[in-house]
Each structure stands twice: as C-alpha cells, then as structure tokens.
Design a protein around this ligand. Structure first.
Ligand SMILES: NC(=O)c1ccc[n+]([C@@H]2O[C@H](COP(=O)([O-])OP(=O)(O)OC[C@H]3O[C@@H](n4cnc5c(N)ncnc54)[C@H](O)[C@@H]3O)[C@@H](O)[C@H]2O)c1
Length: 467
C-alpha cells in the first residue's frame, strides 16, 4: 500500500522549489509543506511581512499569501524539516561545472550530494526522496548509494524522479494546469508504492491521466530530452532566420507556414536573439556530456550544435548592430531594453542581453539599460561576471542603468530590444524618437514591435529574420 504523505520538506527555495511547493501547499491543505534553504536572505524574503518574495513570477504572491503560515512554511532549519517529513523534494541548483572533469558541460552535482548526505545524516525514519532538480541520467543510483551507506537502522529510502517542467514567467499557470507530471521510480513493489504516494499528492488537482509513471532512468532522461528538443526548435528557427535575412523571406511567415503542419505545431517557433535561462544551455550540455561519456560522439556533436547555433545567433545580432551603425559604435549610446532572459521573470541567468552588452562594451559603445524587473545589483553582478578582468568602476563608466525605457533612449543612436516585455509595446515611440540622435535605429531582437509604425515615425528598423 502507498505510504500516506502528510509532511513534505523541500530542500531549495529557488525558482523551482519555491513556486512548486507553494502550489502543492495551496492545493493540498491537509499536507504540511516546509521549504528550506541555506540562504537566510532568500528565506527572509519568502517570509517578509509584505510578501516581497525573492522571485518575480506572475501570480506567485497570491499563492504564497493563501498558504503561508497555514500549511506552508519557509525556514532555514533544514534538519528539522528533513526529520519530520515523510517526503523530501531535492530542488537545489545543478549548474554546469566550471572546473575539473567535465568542466563546461557536466552538471555540478555537489549541491545534490550535500543535500542527500544531509538527509542520510539527519533522518531517523523512512523517507521518500524525490529528485526535483534536473540531473544526469542515473543520478538516483548515486543518491541511493549515499543514502544507504549513511542511513540509520530501520530507515529506508525510496528514491523517485519527478522533474519539473514549469517555465519561468508562466510558472504558476504551468503548476496549476501542467501538461503532464512525470514520476519515475524503480519498478519494484516498494518503488511503485512510493510512486503511488507522490501520485496521490498531485492527484489533488492534476487529472490522473496526466500523471505519467515511468522507470527512474526514463524520467531523468526525459527532462534533459524535453529541454533539448525545445531549445533545438529555437535554434532551428533561428538558423532559418539567417537565411531569411539573406534572401528576403520573412521568418514570421515561414514559422506560420511550418507551424500549420499539425505534426510540428505552432508553439515555440518564434525567432529571437537567442535563448537564455538557467536550463536550456545547461541541460543540453549535460546531454552532450552524457553522450560523450557513453562513447556516442555523433550524438554529442548533434546536440552541441544547438548551443553553438544559439551563440552564433547572439554574435550575428550584435554584429548586425555594428554593421548597420556604419561599422562603428565607439562612443555611441545604445539603449538596451530588457535584461531578463525572457519576459515576466526577473531571472537573468544566461540572458542574451548579457552577451549583447558585453559585445557592445568591447566595441567601446556606451550602454543604457532598462528592465522593468531586474534589480540593479543583479545587473551589475552579471556584467561584472561577464567581464571579470574589468573593474566595476570601469564598467560603470560605460554602462548606465535607467529607470524607464524613455530615459534609456535619451541621446541614444540605437534601441536594442533584448527581452519581449509587453510594456515595450506601449513605449511612446514618437517621444523616444524626438530625444534620440538621428538617424535613429531600432533593432528588434524579439519580433516585438510594429516595424512599419516605427518606420513611419522615422526610425530605421532592423528585425531578426527580415532583410
Ligand atoms: N528555473 C527553472 O525554470 C527550472 C525549471 C525546471 C527545472 N529546473 C531545475 O531545478 C533545479 C533548481 O533550479 P532553480 O532555478 O530553482 O535554482 P535556484 O538556484 O534558484 O535555487 C536553488 C536553491 O537551492 C539552495 N540550496 C543549494 N544547496 C542546498 C542545500 N544543501 N541545502 C539547502 N538549500 C540548498 C540554494 O541556496 C538555492 O536557493 C535545477 O536543477 C534546475 O535545473 C529549473
């Protein structure tokens, strides 16, 4: 019989752990959910009296408001939450390794391992341990070895894989109405019973036909594969955008035509300056590393090309800006609108804007940045990380963070749209034009604005995927 889940602990209060377990708390008022993190500032923000939660995500505050203090708790007491829970989500970060074996492509599993060891050391009763983090195929096996080697007598650990498919910017909708929930387990009676226990949690709001139960390794690999295929669609359409620019075809028309094929479908076919975010690149590189480790070099090369195409797209876009501005942007002011990797999030990890701005800096341009959500401190931290050899003072001589799009456009030669924030549609473009140097250029990296309307005002407009 499936064990009954009454207390959940989530290790990691980040973009995944926070929203996911807050939604579980709202949907399962009979379950006590405690989200823990070592980062005390993050936990303090989740607990802030005015709900200034550490992540910008539409609808998230309402969810936290409903459940916090009722059956949803945020805490730095990792051990206490582990001890009382019967099910533990491991939602810690798994970034790409920066040094050592597999640097640049393998996942850094240090945080997963530390969290696993903590569970083993603290647990005095049996637990279901759920991998929520995105991990390489067969990580559950390493977790099992660590847990079994360090556990106390009478404690058994069942390990499940339950990768998260939410997309930042639409996380709450995605969690309320997921396309599917995927649960992987060992196909043993105990493994299946643990899987049933987690199915029962999700069944409080997700139709059971959308809860897919599979083997552990299939579940782990499916997450990497799903992200790789989504990113591959973007790189495919971006590759076609380069052909459009050279031939006079229009990438929007091409996407529309392709997407009408019901086997392809219309979603995720929008050309852009390139994908960003903490997951796509990391997860594909993870798949590349896995393929190389399995002596499948052709498979590794195939997936690596998706990331290389993305890098090419970013480089191609910044070169187009320089070429169009008469082959030099030295001393010219460029307004970059948007710094987050996509709209409706404050997350900047791997944002295309960072690469573009770095390119503009190396061309010795002056850059004005405006983003409606990203904290200024985050922008400075990202720019500093992108140019470690430059001092922050020297970066600040070239870069200014502005309080509005219009302020960013003032005295600029060109506007670069790097993030598809809806509010950029409502910019008073006539006013922006008035205060820009002439000729005034707009480079639309997100196929966002009405190019014809801007041209009527006087702008010279360059759009991805159009000649
Ligand atoms: N961000 C997304 O959109 C997304 C979507 C699907 C899956 N994922 C995956 O989910 C995982 C988490 O991603 P994220 O974006 O939430 O990362 P994040 O960096 O926002 O959050 C991870 C949190 O874990 C905490 N942490 C690390 N080690 C800990 C430990 N031992 N004990 C307690 N807390 C610890 C960190 O302090 C951090 O706050 C990653 O594997 C990621 O690939 C992310």
């Amino acid at each position: 019989m499936a064990p009954k889940v009454t207390k959940i602990c989530c290790i990691g209060a980040g973009y995944v752990g926070g929203p996911t377990c807050a939604v579980i708390a709202v949907k399962c008022p009979h379950i006590k959910v405690t989200i823990v993190d070592l980062n005390a500032d993050r936990i303090a923000a989740w607990n802030s009296p005015d709900f200034a939660v550490p992540i910008y995500e539409p609808g998230l505050v309402d969810v936290v408001r409903k459940a916090r203090g009722r059956n949803l708790f945020f805490s730095t007491d990792v051990d206490g939450a582990i001890e009382e829970a019967d099910l533990i989500f491991v939602s810690v970060n798994t970034p790409t390794k920066k040094s050592g074996v597999g640097a640049g492509s393998a996942a850094d599993l240090n945080y997963v391992e530390l969290a696993t060891r903590r569970i083993a050391n603290v647990a005095n009763s049996s637990k279901i341990v759920v991998e929520k983090s995105t991990v390489p195929c067969r990580t559950a096996e390493s977790m099992r070895t660590i847990l079994e080697a360090n556990s106390k007598p009478n404690c058994r650990f069942d390990i499940l894989s339950n990768p998260e498919f939410l997309a930042e910017g639409t996380a709450i909708n995605d969690l309320f109405s997921p396309d599917r929930v995927l649960i992987g387990s060992l196909q043993t009676p105990e493994g299946k019973a643990a899987s049933d226990a987690l199915v029962e949690v999700y069944a409080n709001w997700v139709p059971t036909k959308q809860i897919l139960t599979v083997g552990l390794w299939s579940s782990e690999l499916s997450k990497l594969a799903a992200n790789a295929m989504l990113a591959q669609r973007i790189s495919s359409i971006n590759a076609l955008s380069a052909i459009c620019e050279a031939t006079g075809a229009n990438i929007d028309e091409v996407s529309h035509a392709i997407g009408y094929d019901s086997r392809v479908g219309p979603k995720f076919l929008k050309a852009s300056v390139g994908f960003g975010g903490s997951c796509f690149q990391k997860d594909i590189l993870n798949l590349v590393y896995l393929s190389e480790s399995l002596h499948l070099p052709e498979v590794a090369a195939y997936w690596r090309q998706v990331v290389e195409m993305n890098e090419y797209q970013k480089r191609r876009f910044s070169k187009r800006v320089v070429d169009t501005l008469f082959n030099t942007i030295t001393g010219k002011k460029i307004a970059v609108l948007g710094f987050a990797f996509k709209a409706d999030t404050g997350d900047t990890r791997e944002s295309a804007a960072i690469t573009l701005i770095k390119d503009f800096q190396s061309e010795r341009a002056l850059v004005n940045i405006y983003d409606p959500q990203v904290a200024h401190s985050q922008i400075w931290a990202d720019l500093q990380e992108a140019s470690p050899q430059a001092s922050l003072d020297s970066i600040k001589k070239q870069v200014t963070i502005c309080g509005s799009a219009l302020e960013a456009c003032k005295d600029a030669e060109a506007v670069v749209i790097a993030t598809e924030w809806k509010e950029f549609l409502d910019i008073d473009w006539e006013e922006a034009y008035k205060h820009m140097n002439k000729p005034a250029f707009v480079f639309d990296g997100r196929l966002l604005v009405d190019a014809d309307k801007l041209r009527k005002i006087g702008f010279k407009v360059t759009t991805i995927g159009r000649a």
